[in-house]
Design a binder for this molecule. Structure first.
Ligand code: PGA
Ligand code: MG
Length: 242
């Protein structure tokens, strides 16, 4: 794996001045806004059962979250991070998983503590907000709607909205263009290496939350400007630039 990791990433080890001046904020979905791991694992295990494979522990499936639905299915079928299942098996499993996740979508899924307060505080401060996720659009919009979060966002970009997803900077740069601002005026709040790499490649600021998924790795390994306990804490570290 080709990863650039800083030895320490917390608010005391960075050069940026706080409060940080930005004009808009992008927020990741799985592991940052919503705790989706349980429902994703239930669907993955329903799919594994149906294609005749052994079920996996929920913690293992949680470590497979991050690079979108196809990668989650491939990882679950091979029980490994970089495994490639046979094409025939994958083609069979994919629609089963999509059907099952549509059923389990919002059974246990909840916003993390500080999310509703944080989104409220960000809106009150006048920030435009975008949700940038690798989750497929067919799941993103119903989930944001069901959890009451959709109304906070001016823009939602899912994993299949554009030709490329995180860690590619494309969705972040697209959001900057939509909001008519420079990448340096934008902050991304996320939970994983995909977010950190996309933000660095785009030239945006990046905060990470410690409670998410990060493909089984410690969030403190990430090259980010700050690790923030909650979205509400993140809102206190930024200021709306004119
Ligand atoms: O769907 C995924 O794999 C991850 O989605 P996220 O980008 O919202 O964390
Ligand atoms: Mg995430």
């Amino acid at each position: 794996m080709n990863e650039t990791l800083s030895p320490l990433a917390d608010a005391s080890a960075i050069e940026v001045k706080y409060p940080l001046s930005v004009k808009a904020v992008m927020i990741d979905l799985d592991g940052t806004l919503l705790d989706t791991a349980s429902d994703l694992a239930t669907a993955a295990n329903m799919m594994l059962r149906e294609v005749g494979r052994a079920e996996l522990p929920p913690e293992t499936i949680q470590s497979y979250i991050g690079k979108g639905v196809e990668k989650l299915v491939k990882r679950s079928l091979t029980a490994s991070m970089d495994g490639e299942p046979e094409a025939e098996l994958f083609d069979r499993a994919m629609p089963i998983y999509e059907r099952d996740y549509a059923k389990t979508l919002c059974v246990d899924t909840r916003p993390y503590p500080g999310v509703l307060d944080g989104l409220g505080a960000l809106r009150e401060s006048g920030f435009r907000l975008a949700c940038i996720t690798n989750k497929a659009e067919a799941f993103t919009l119903p989930l944001l709607r069901a959890t009451g979060l959709l109304e906070f966002f001016d823009l939602v970009l899912s994993g299949d909205t554009l030709p490329k997803k995180k860690p590619d900077p494309m969705p972040l740069l697209h959001a900057c263009k939509q909001f008519n601002i420079e990448p340096g005026e934008m902050l991304l709040i996320g939970d994983s290496l995909n977010d950190a790499q996309a933000a660095r490649a785009a030239g945006c600021h990046i905060f990470c939350v410690p409670y998410g998924y990060n493909e089984g790795r410690d969030v403190r390994e990430l090259d980010c400007d700050a690790v923030v306990a909650t979205l509400y804490e993140a809102a206190k570290l930024i200021r709306k630039s004119p």
